[in-house]
Write a protein that binds this ligand. Structure first.
Ligand code: RFL
Ligand code: PHB
Length: 399
């Protein structure tokens, strides 16, 4: 939208946040002919560059294709049929298709998903306002909720029939739910991830999840020439505390094997630290306010589930909103929170288990170390344990 707009906008769905959740919801509503307004506090360049997820489950990729946002993803995304677990200088490959009846995942960065969805919205969809910060959701328990926001120094209001809180963990939507009606479940971890981007081809063709006595490491990738790498570091670490040489040395130590495999080094172009958290806000609905994605739940990134959960939420929500708007049938909206929470808790369970299996807790004893190795050994030697991981990693069905 250009510089001119009235301080009061009217729409059917006010969407707060233009991360993957808000953008995909906007796209699904555009496709169904339901109008919406998207408010995003950051500018477009920031949203398109924010480094985050890299793995799309098959159901997520299918949802993006069905939304008409799969063209570049299918040309540039890298299909991955497995991951490698490393521990005790050994490697074990988990082959997804043979363990799951044919499922696999796609490496396609969240930045690219967002760019594709932003381009679609701006070429013929409804309004998407960057630099528009939602200040509060009001009257969520009525049929006419409102979102107060600030854009270009002026305050405005969006009057609507429904509000989608897609504003991530630090957003304002959750605050509109009276505390007495909310139950939250949370776990923080005494470690974080130092994540780097490097201009070097990936050292392995699939993702490598490594457990080491010095901590976890992950070798991921963005493109055939760009690697994405992570190291477990103590909570509160500043990325600037790590020299690039030290990062490569530590990655090499934690991912090293005895079979001659080599880590490729190259220039590091970005480094940042991500705290680790598990969090669920129940319920995910209050009146006509619907929370989606990170606004309602957080998983530690070890299971690669955050973006996929956000997509699952908005696919469920879009279907329910479209049905309610068209026919007045409330069944989908009434079931929204419970439907999503079942999937969310499966992802919480899996992400927690992967985190516990692969990270070194600062208080870990030799007994804990042995338990982790026994768990990894069980996956490497027992098909049912391996299949359990493969099924969860490649994703549970959307409904
Ligand atoms: P987002 O992406 O945080 O988007 C929320 C948007 O809302 C905006 N916003 C507001 N706008 C208007 N008014 C306000 N008051 C606002 N407050 C906030 C924000 O600017 C933002 O644009 O939430 P969404 O859409 O729910 O998407 C969730 C995902 O971003 C997140 O779950 C994933 O990135 C998590 N994640 C991963 N997920 C995966 O599925 N696979 C992965 O491999 C994966 N790896 C990761 C990850 C997250 C990471 N970090 C940095 C947390 C790796 C990392 C390192
Ligand atoms: C990533 O590529 O950023 C990525 C991949 C897998 C994870 C987490 C992050 O589990």
């Amino acid at each position: 939208m250009g510089g001119k707009y009235t301080p009061v906008m009217r729409t059917t769905v006010a969407i707060i946040g233009a991360g993957p959740a808000g953008l995909l919801l906007a796209r699904l509503l555009d496709a169904a002919g339901v109008d919406s307004v998207v408010l995003e506090s950051r500018d477009r360049a920031y949203v398109e560059r924010r480094q985050r997820a890299g793995i799309l489950e098959q159901g997520t990729a299918d949802a993006l294709r069905a939304a008409g946002a799969g063209g570049r993803m299918d040309r540039e995304g890298l299909p991955h049929a497995g991951i490698e677990l490393r521990f005790a200088r050994r490697r074990h490959r988990v082959d997804f298709p043979s363990l799951t009846g044919g499922r696999s995942v796609l490496v396609y960065a969240q930045t690219e998903v967002c760019k594709d969805l932003i381009a679609l919205r701006l070429s013929g969809g409804g309004p998407l306002l960057f630099g528009a910060e939602a200040l509060a959701v009001e009257d969520a328990e009525t049929h006419r909720p409102r979102v107060r926001y600030r854009h270009e120094g002026r305050e405005g209001v969006v009057e609507c029939a429904y509000v989608a809180g897609c504003d991530g963990f630090w957003g304002v939507s959750r605050r509109a739910v009276p505390p007495a009606l909310v139950q939250t479940y949370e776990r923080t971890y005494p470690f974080a991830w130092l994540g780097v981007l490097a201009d070097v081809p990936p050292s392995h063709d699939e993702l490598v999840y490594a457990r080491h006595d010095r901590g976890f490491a992950l070798l991921s990738q963005r493109t055939p020439t760009v690697s994405r790498l992570y190291l477990q570091v103590p909570e509160g670490t500043d990325a600037a505390d790590w020299s690039h040489g030290d990062i490569w040395d530590e990655l090499e130590r934690r991912t090293g094997t005895d079979d001659g495999w080599r880590l490729r080094r190259g220039p590091i172009t970005a480094a940042s630290v991500t705290p680790m958290r598990s969090y669920v806000h129940e319920p995910m609905r209050h009146g006509r306010l619907f929370l989606t994605g990170d606004a309602a739940h957080i998983v530690p990134p070890t299971g690669a589930k955050g973006l996929n959960l956000a997509v699952g939420d908005v696919v469920t929500l879009a279907r329910a909103l479209v049905a309610h708007h068209a026919t007045g049938d409330p069944a989908g909206l009434d079931a929204y929170s419970a439907t999503c929470l079942r999937r969310v808790w499966q992802a919480e369970r899996f992400s927690y288990a992967m985190t516990a299996m692969l990270h070194r807790h600062p208080d870990a004893t030799p007994f804990d170390d042995r338990l982790q190795l026994a768990q990894l050994d069980r996956i490497a030697t027992t098909r049912s344990a391996e299949a359990d991981l493969a099924e969860a990693y490649t994703g549970f069905p959307l409904d």
